[in-house]
Design a protein around this ligand. Sequence first.
Ligand code: SF4
Ligand code: SF4
Ligand code: FES
Length: 219
Amino acid sequence: MVTIIVDDTEIQAEEGANLLEVCLDNGIFIPNLCHIPGQSRPRASCRMCFVEIEGVGRPVTSCTETVRDGMRVRTGTERVRRLQRAGLQFLLSVHDVDCGHCPSNKHCPLQDTARFLKAGLKSKKLDKILSSPPVIREHPLLDYYPNRCILCGKCLDACRRKMGQPLLTFAKRGFETIISFFGEKERTALACGEEPACAAACPVSAIRLHSAGEDAPGA
Ligand code: SF4
Ligand code: SF4
Ligand code: FES
């Protein structure tokens, strides 16, 4: 075990444990949208979990850090908050904020993060870049809502756990990145049954069963 100091609180942790997980387990909240506990190579795509570590010149993502003895960490500095708000703004610039019609309303990590950062979900300063069509209905069982997806990878992880390997993947690049089932559609439909792990794992209702019966956004 080693001792680290986070925001003036002394914490005992296993050497090499994931810094974000240690903080969360000890009641210190750090915004995080893409962290998957126990993952050996975090994707670190959401850019929300920044902290400052004494002796390190710039804020770092806590989900990619491991604890070492004597580490001193600050989770709420001005630089950290600035980066987190910028990260959230970026995510929201490609997100269709339509909470009233969204199944994740009131249990949504984006809403929680915005509240924590005292930031709005709808910014007039931002140009929106939304995908078209707003819902992709190519899969025999599932609908995919690209303008809700935060590209956290939790659906892939859940599928990998259930199937041994993910039957869905990231496709395209940059602003156009989406989740795709590629040629696995039929196999997925057979294997997943009525409770696909990906849909259950998605924190923002970006993958839904057809039978959930949502109208296309804007319809
Ligand atoms: S995922 Fe749904 S509930 Fe969350 S911010 Fe987006 S529209 Fe609102
Ligand atoms: S579909 Fe959901 S779980 Fe998968 S990457 Fe998008 S937001 Fe994350
Ligand atoms: S939780 Fe660390 S970058 Fe997303």
